[in-house]
Design a protein around this ligand. Sequence first.
Ligand SMILES: [Zn+2]
Length: 176
Amino acid sequence: MNCPFCNYPDSRVIDSRDVNDGVRRRRQCLSCSSRFTTYERLQPVNLFVIKKDRRREEFNKDKLLTGIRKACEKRPLPTGTVDKLADDIEAELDSQGKAEIPSRVIGDMVMERLKNLDYIAYIRFASVYRDFADITALKHEIDTLVSAPSHPTSQLSLLPDEDIGGMAKKRQKVRR
Ligand SMILES: [Zn+2]
């Protein structure tokens, strides 16, 4: 790092401390004696997603967000749910520290979370992502959900009380 005042390429460290996810260093230029600060941070390893056709693509959180957002469109989910879900998944991927991950694994992580939040969003996401072979396979998945013992109370309890009325109305509409 060159001195920002005289551009001299060398400096000495006069103070160093850990901050958040990096190290902050106070430096003094060896030529003009000006002081400046550098901040050093570990560069996260880029994560690559291996797609179904075996192509590799750099992990893109915006793309993940778009997919989840589409599935959750007009669903009565609390504000911030989609972002939180994407943050969650990103954090889990980070903590695994892998360089590559199959797209299927990320898709499963999304589905697992959507299943606990909202069945309609889950089915929407699954129908795009899992590419159900035919309508029978899709119906089978829906039947499995509907007959699950947790249906539907565990989902309603995730919402604030005042939202439950509205959600019940929407549910009826969907059933028709
Ligand atoms: Zn200097």
